[in-house]
Design a protein around this ligand. Structure first.
Ligand code: BGC
Length: 741
């Protein structure tokens, strides 16, 4: 982790800035200081005269969206050798789930529940990107996402604050490494601060409605943990939070982030989001936007130029203070120093791009393998025994498309390096089994049935059908939200036809979100949910299909039965009328014109079951894991004590396999209502067939803490339930009590 610098945000006098930073500040002209607060867009592959001049004159602190190595070298050369003070540039890029080697989309990575692999993937992404001169990534995205209609759920780490915190911190460690100046690392950016994932009805950029207590208990924890993990920068969200969009929200950016959490890095706005304060209707013009954002605590402006155009004027009018500007500049210069940019002016002169190294591909494959979730496996249809079959019909547009398997936010991924499922299945089976590939549809959204016939014919001749369907990459990601999250296009029709052939059907789904697939479940035997798995999708999925390894991914978000259930998430509040089987009544069972009865008076819908289709944390294995003998070291603990729980995990099945064991608690009575379950710990455990292991975890009173009505983080004395198991629906339970001091 980079060395933390300890400074206050308000006064320069006592700041322990380095001598280098202090000297630069003392020598900077006002416009050069403001220039450090400005990030501009590159010209994609060349340096325009205008950009070169801006850099020479000291008007640019950072460049975004330039990846041509020679151009980057040229840009840094101008900054270092041709500007008055020779201050290097921060070169920002959205390196979200890999640079060239593409790993699963972040939601897929979250399904691996493996902090270790997530960290390795981020480290590889950093190594590849930094090899061409990039030094700053806009990741991790740690917005809690409870709405699969939202396209950016693909980029998120799911719905749970704890899982998201653990994996987000792992990404920060991976990107930044031990020493950001290593030349192989990137500064990371925790985004989008805060609440962006709660955009109304899953429409990107829409407003959010998050009470402060929920904000603090659900949406903010991953950001706090990222700050504690030493993340270099934060990005303000596009969204409106309680009437004040994040880029102008002083409470969030200064009171919470700086004063409460003591965050020491700097905040960059999201793309033109300072300018957009006016479009939100919060300011009347760009000058007011600049004032509001700067005063709120946004240090650097991404792409729009309200700072460049108005900060000098605002300073002259004494609306802002030069000390405030000095602090923002010092924070940005400090990051440049931590990245080693001042010490290594020839940083980009010795380029050794390290793309697609076999070690990188091995991690990409392992992470993709561990992120696939087996949702259904009727008749033990999986794994496929390749020694007992002759023909596989591989059907679906996503089975052989190197681009779509990469998913959203891959600026730099190259589909020609992808290994598709078709490639990998042919490699796996050699001549022994014929893999008859038919796309069936030209793309996932197709409404044509033109390609159905050859697919049906291939299916008729096969011993098993492998259907690779889902969503193309463009159906998720920024500004790509869906109101209907069923399988798109004609996919259901194709499934209907194939399901009538009486052949075993294995469905592999690639998608950027949980899709509503309830009606499809009875028509196929097995479902392997692969998200968008990245460069190594093919080998990862093929290994799972043929049983070279057992599936071990677990859902990082709840799968709804119907879109009308959204938002549906496991850590919901109990409500005063929780639904039970006995309580529920369904639309077709209601007698006509009957007087109202108390039956059905519960928090549920008339036209679907109250449970989700697949709960958070769910995922099958080829083996079977049994949990037993849950024990606590004590039934009553003091706030200073720790609670140790232990249980026996047994691999009861026929396969060596990994299980993600999960620990949940419920605080039975709180000064504010508490969720019905909260994830507190998890671990991946590998057991050979028949093997068993005693597993232990330790919790402290801090793990039981939550923000109370006064917005204070504290644990409250009282009774708790604690569960262990393989999903959030686990039932193996004990009770304990937290005592007063
Ligand atoms: C996105 C950010 C991204 C930025 C720069 C914005 O539209 O919201 O997540 O980092 O663009 O590409």
């Amino acid at each position: 982790m980079h060395k933390a610098v300890h400074f206050k945000t308000t006064s320069m006098g006592s700041e322990p800035w380095s001598e280098k930073v202090k000297t630069l500040l003392a020598n900077m002209q006002l416009h050069e200081k403001i220039g450090q607060l400005c990030q501009v867009s590159g010209n994609e592959g060349h340096v325009s005269d205008d950009l070169a001049n801006q850099i020479r004159q000291g008007w640019v602190g950072s460049v975004i969206n330039e990846v041509d190595p020679k151009t980057l070298q040229h840009l840094q050369h101008i900054a270092i050798n041709e500007s008055r003070l020779g201050i290097p540039l921060l070169i920002g890029r959205d390196v979200i789930h890999g640079f060239k080697t593409i790993f699963p989309i972040p939601l897929g990575q979250a399904a691996s529940w493996s902090a270790d692999l997530v960290e390795q993937a981020a480290a590889i992404a950093a190594q590849e990107a930094s090899s061409i001169g990039i030094n700053w990534t806009f990741a991790p995205m740690i917005d809690i996402s409870r709405d699969p209609r939202w396209g950016r759920i693909a980029e998120s780490l799911g719905e749970d604050p704890y899982l998201c915190s653990v994996l987000g911190a792992a990404m920060v460690r991976g990107f930044q490494g031990e020493q950001m100046s290593s030349g192989k690392n990137l500064a990371a950016c925790a985004k989008h601060f805060a609440g962006y994932g709660a955009s109304e009805s899953g429409r990107d950029y829409a407003t959010t409605n998050i009470p402060e207590n929920e904000l603090r208990n659900i949406y903010l924890p991953p950001f706090k943990v990222a700050a504690e993990a030493g993340v270099a920068t934060f990005m303000s969200s596009f969204s409106d939070l309680d009437g004040v969009p994040a880029s102008g929200n002083k409470w969030l950016m200064t009171e919470v982030l700086r004063d409460e959490w003591q965050f020491q890095g700097f905040v960059v706005s999201d793309w033109e989001s300072i300018f957009q304060l006016q479009i939100h209707g919060l300011t009347a013009n760009a000058k007011e936007s600049a004032l509001l954002a700067f005063d709120a605590g946004i240090d650097m402006e991404m792409v729009s130029n309200t700072y460049r155009n108005h900060l000098i004027e605002l300073l002259d009018a004494k609306h802002i203070d030069i000390e405030q500007i000095n602090v923002s500049v010092a924070k940005i210069l400090t990051l440049k120093e931590q990245l080693g940019l001042f010490d290594n002016p020839e940083l980009c002169s010795d380029l050794i791009p390290a793309f697609y190294h076999p070690d990188h591909l091995a991690v990409a494959k392992e992470l993709a393998t561990k992120s696939c979730v087996l949702l259904q496996n009727q008749n033990h249809c999986l794994p496929i025994d390749k020694h007992n079959i002759k023909n596989v019909a591989l059907i679906g547009p996503l089975a052989n498309d190197g681009y779509e398997q990469l998913g959203t936010w891959i600026f730099d991924g190259e589909p020609q390096h992808s290994i598709t499922l078709l490639d990998a299945m042919r490699e796996e089976c050699g001549d022994a089994v014929t893999i008859n590939y038919q796309a069936g549809m030209s793309h996932s959204r197709s409404h044509s049935t033109e390609l159905f016939d050859p697919a049906i014919e291939a299916a008729q001749q096969s011993d098993v059908i492998v259907l690779c369907l889902g969503e193309e990459a463009i159906l998720s990601g920024e500004a790509h939200c869906r109101a209907d999250i069923d399988l798109p296009g004609n996919q259901t029709q194709l499934i209907d036809i194939l399901s009538k052939l009486g052949k075993p059907i294995v469905m592999v789904l690639m998608a950027g979100r949980p899709l509503t697939i309830e009606t499809v479940l009875p028509k196929v035997d097995s479902i392997l949910y692969a998200w968008h798995p990245g460069t190594m999708a093919g080998p990862a999925i093929s290994d799972l299909l043929f049983g070279n390894t057992s599936p071990s991914g677990k859902t990082p978000v709840t799968f709804p039965r119907k879109v009308g259930q959204i938002p549906i998430y496991y850590n919901q509040k109990h409500s005063g009328k929780p639904p039970t089987e006995a309580q529920c009544i369904y639309i077709d069972d209601i007698p006509q014109r009957s007087p109202q009865t108390s039956l059905g008076m519960a928090a549920t819908h008339l036209d679907t079951h109250f449970s989700p289709l697949f709960e958070f944390g769910f995922g099958l294995s080829y083996s079977e894991f049994r949990y037993s003998e849950l024990q606590l070291n004590q039934r009553q603990i003091l706030p200073t004590d720790s609670l140790t729980l232990s249980f026996l995990l047994k691999n009861h099945g026929q396969y060596d396999a990994e299980e993600v064991v999960q620990v949940y608690i419920r605080d039975l009575v709180g000064s504010v209502t508490r969720p019905v379950k909260e994830l507190k710990r998890f671990r991946r455990i590998k057991l050979a067939a028949g093997e068993q292991q005693q597993v232990t975890f330790t919790l402290t009173a801090d793990d039981l803490a939550f923000y109370n009505r006064q917005m204070k983080l504290q644990s409250e004395a009282g009774h708790f339930h604690i569960w262990v198991g393989g999903s959030s629906a686990c039932t193996l339970k004990q009770e304990f009590e937290l005592l007063h001091d």
